[in-house]
Design a protein around this ligand. Structure first.
Ligand code: GLN
Length: 472
């Protein structure tokens, strides 16, 4: 898709401004609520610059002039950046996230900022202060989350690709729910500078695209070391990957038995079984593996994530960030506490408050050892499970989510039921591994199903190769 459009642009079959105008019109007309902000004038300006370069006969990057969108969790200079929260409703980002900067160097045309769950906490985009995003396959259903706006936009062709973020599944799960490709890089592969932090040891910027090839093109443009993010140290050139040039012959794929427990939707189970069978027909060797500590992954995640998020969100106090609720002239200490309390009570949503309370509890004196420290210890065991598995296999296959998209409102009053839907995605974040969700079928009711391809540390290339062979 990106390559085709690129060729049309350089052959002057269509101009970047024409293309952008078309996508802006579609985005404005859409009733999916996939965007919080549409950046019309910026997009047209960016497209005009690309057209001028083409006119001058310059060679342009593959991504130049391609209409894209960015999850509203990444800073975009001069453009409102809300994290889908009331507390940042009118916040204008003073600088670009490194990822955005890199895309601008590649001729980014940004159609707008995509809707998501508030501060990227949720699994359905229903926690957005700007209302839920609807699923393009069935508008009574959720688009998934937290990058639900990104997935819905790409699936309904309001943008060609979108940058999302994945702390516990937020790129892969909405991609699965909307029938598109979602890619979560290895922790440390992409800079997090300018990403509004959720849980820093888990957060990773990812890509939502219409094909695996497109996801790879975008990933290659955004990856790499950034001096502003000390964790972005991964050097792909130092990692040995296996070339899959003969279908999947010679590739060993592990199927973790823990992923196929009860509680998984029957049609999802069947689609994944088909997916595995296709890999086998293409020459892969399929073996059952075990990740014995998988059963603790969700618990570990829902201790570490709230703990880190509660610390990261302390800055939204109405003074440093966020709206001020009362006049703080001549404020005394008590008044200051009052400002904090009132601002946070009024402008943070219920799920974010819940996570702050859970996280603060897990980190508090007397409980820290029993919760946070213990969770970190079990995290190491989960990482070791994956490490051991990857000594034996090249890739791991699994469903992306246990169910297809649910009805809007169905799980909103049952946070635990919502958390349970993350069971297949969070282990990958806990271990910091790269993973891809690719379309693997459609249910009888017409809802997309995603299959997950998990790779070893730094082995993005291997998941891309397998994804390209197997995507539907
Ligand atoms: N659903 C998970 C959560 O609520 C993951 C969200 C994410 O990846 N940002 O924390």
């Amino acid at each position: 898709m990106i390559k085709e459009l690129h060729n049309k642009l350089i052959n002057k079959e269509i101009s970047a401004v024409e293309l952008t105008t078309e996508y802006l019109a579609r985005a404005k007309k859409s009733d999916l609520n996939a965007f919080i902000t549409i950046t019309e004038s910026e997009a047209l300006e960016q497209a005009a610059v690309v057209d001028e370069a083409i006119e001058r006969g310059e060679e342009i990057p593959l991504l130049a002039g391609i209409p894209a969108s960015i999850k509203d969790l990444l800073m975009t200079e001069g453009v409102r950046t809300t994290a889908a929260s009331k507390i940042l409703e009118n916040y204008i980002a003073p600088y670009d996230a490194t990822v955005v900067k890199k895309l601008k160097e590649n001729g980014l045309v940004m159609i707008g900022k995509n809707n998501c769950d508030e501060f990227a906490m949720g699994s359905s985009t229903e926690n957005s202060a700007f209302g839920p995003t609807k699923n393009p396959y069935d508008k009574t259903r959720v688009a998934g989350g937290t990058s639900g706006g990104s997935a819905a936009a790409v699936a309904s062709d309001l943008s060609i690709y979108s940058i999302g973020t994945d702390t516990g599944g937020s790129v892969r799960q909405p991609a699965a729910f909307c029938g598109v490709v979602g890619m979560k890089p290895t922790y440390g592969a992409v800079s997090r500078f300018g990403l509004i932090a959720d849980a820093s040891s888990l957060d990773q910027v990812g890509v939502i695209a219409k094909s695996v090839e497109d996801a790879e093109i975008v990933f290659n443009a955004i990856k790499g070391k950034d001096e502003r993010d000390a964790t972005s140290t991964l050097k792909h050139e130092n990692i040995k990957t296996l070339k899959q040039n003969n279908g999947l012959r010679g590739i060993k794929i592990g199927i973790p038995k823990e992923y196929f427990s009860e509680g998984i939707d029957q049609e999802v189970g069947e689609a994944i079984a088909d997916f595995i069978k296709r890999a086998k027909d293409l020459g892969a060797e399929i073996v059952e593996i075990s990740l014995p500590h998988m059963e603790y992954a969700l618990t570990v995640y829902y201790i570490i994530q709230p703990a880190e998020a509660s610390a990261n969100l302390a800055r939204y106090d109405g003074v440093r960030y966020g709206k001020l609720t009362i006049n703080n002239k001549q404020s005394t200490n008590n008044q200051l506490i009052d400002i904090y309390k009132k601002t946070r009570a009024e402008f943070l949503g219920p799920e974010v408050k819940r996570r702050i309370m859970l996280g603060t509890y897990a980190l508090s004196a007397g409980y820290y050892d029993a919760y946070y420290k213990k969770a970190q210890q079990v995290r190491t065991l989960i990482r070791e499970d994956f490490k051991k598995a990857f000594e034996e296999v090249n890739l791991i296959f699994a469903p992306t989510a246990p169910h297809p998209a649910w009805k809007i409102g169905e799980k909103i009053d049952d946070p635990l039921a919502m958390y349970l839907e993350d069971i297949f995605t969070v282990p990958v974040n806990i271990a910091g591994l790269p993973a891809l969700s690719v379309p693997a079928g459609i249910t009888k009711a017409g809802l997309p199903i995603g299959a997950q391809i998990i790779g070893g540390w730094g082995k993005e290339e291997e998941i891309f190769q397998a994804g390209k062979t197997l995507e539907l």
